[in-house]
Design a protein around this ligand. Structure first.
Ligand SMILES: CCCCCCCCC/C=C/C(=O)SCCNC(=O)CCNC(=O)[C@H](O)C(C)(C)COP(=O)(O)OP(=O)(O)OC[C@H]1O[C@@H](n2cnc3c(N)ncnc32)[C@H](O)[C@@H]1OP(=O)(O)O
Ligand SMILES: NC(=O)C1=CN([C@@H]2O[C@H](COP(=O)(O)OP(=O)(O)OC[C@H]3O[C@@H](n4cnc5c(N)ncnc54)[C@H](OP(=O)(O)O)[C@@H]3O)[C@@H](O)[C@H]2O)C=CC1
Length: 267
């Protein structure tokens, strides 16, 4: 059941990066259920096509494989959106990821992989979609998924640095592009039950249980809770809000046990 009007995104077109799985899929699903036409992109063509097939039962959903780290592939996604819809109204930068490691063990390649994905990739997609659609249209909306890194992110310093960069980038473009009627905001999820968490092995799995106990609401978040926050920021319900980060973390940004992260690898 939804508290939003079912036609909230009628005649609107949305791009969800990383929309084939987890939180991105839930966001694409919710946008479709509220009338949007959706494009999803990610690197792995087969699961991407499969996700688009399933999502198409809810409305119009197209896909194009794309590594957001390659701006020429991002341009190809814009080409598809232009051909299929001739416009874009909402960009959800959701694609991202990292691996747990103490900072001193992250080598150059691993560091660059995470920075390129989360910071550079997010910038490329935002710039391309703004240039191709939002600025010419004089309207657009960008919502970017980051993480809860307000107090740093021990155990995942690369992603903390990248997402802090994205949060600051969002503040800059929100100001530069306000004159084009473009809004830009971030959503910072805490620990969310999703396919992303399945990628973690011990000792992180055990840590996840501890983080749930530490949480003041005594639980992890759901993908639907993140999707609902995105829906709010992507819609006119938030029309006077830009440049902010909405925390969806059951208070973790105020009350997180950083010692658990620091001690995770027993060094
Ligand atoms: C504290 C925890 C709190 C955790 C508790 C809190 C969790 C909640 C907060 C966040 C949750 C989430 O984001 S949920 C998860 C979201 N989804 C994901 O993270 C998806 C999985 N991750 C990724 O796709 C990868 O992390 C990412 C590196 C960005 C992908 O880039 P690439 O495809 O280019 O990566 P690869 O080619 O596989 O790897 C490139 C290099 O990166 C390094 N590398 C990659 N994986 C590695 C690994 N497991 N361990 C070490 N190093 C690794 C190596 O140097 C690799 O080079 P070689 O040595 O040559 O191979
Ligand atoms: N789950 C959680 O607790 C939290 C998650 N987040 C963030 O939310 C987002 C979604 O995570 P979640 O759904 O949990 O995890 P998933 O691993 O399921 O989602 C990551 C998605 O991003 C895509 N992706 C990754 N790298 C690239 C790339 N270079 N180019 C294009 N697509 C890419 C993946 O598809 P493919 O492999 O096909 O490229 C996948 O669909 C991520 O940014 C994550 O860091 C933030 C805080 C907490």
């Amino acid at each position: 059941m939804s508290y939003y009007a079912p036609d909230l995104f009628k005649d609107k077109v949305a791009l969800v990066t990383g929309g084939r799985s987890g939180i991105g899929y839930a966001i694409a699903e919710t946008l479709l259920q509220h009338g949007a036409k959706v494009c999803i992109c990610s690197r792995k063509e087969e699961p991407l096509a499969e996700a688009a097939r399933t999502l198409s039962k809810l409305g119009t959903c197209v896909y194009r494989p794309c590594d957001i780290r390659k701006s020429e592939e991002v341009e190809a996604v814009a080409d598809l959106i232009q051909e299929e819809f001739g416009r874009l109204d909402v960009l959800v930068n959701n694609a991202g990821g990292q691996f747990p490691s103490l900072a001193r063990h992250i080598n150059d390649k691993g560091w660059n992989a995470v920075i390129n994905t989360n910071l550079n990739g997010t910038f490329y997609v935002s710039r391309v979609m703004a240039e191709r659609f939002f600025i010419p249209q004089q309207a657009g909306n960008i919502v970017t998924i980051i993480v809860n890194m307000a107090s740093g992110f021990p155990g995942m310093a690369h992603t903390g640095a990248a997402r802090a960069g994205v949060e600051n980038l969002t503040k800059s473009i929100a100001q530069e592009w306000a004159r084009f009627n473009i809004r830009a905001n971030c959503v910072a999820p805490g620990t969310i039950i999703s396919s992303g968490l399945d990628t973690y092995a011990e000792p992180v799995r055990q840590l996840l249980d501890q983080l749930k106990e530490d949480n003041l609401m005594q639980r992890h978040g759901t993908m639907e809770e993140v999707a609902n926050a995105v829906l709010f920021l992507a819609s006119p319900l938030s029309s006077y809000t830009s440049g902010i980060t909405l925390q969806v973390d059951g208070l973790d940004h105020l009350h997180a046990n950083r010692m658990r992260l620091v001690n995770l690898f027993n060094e």
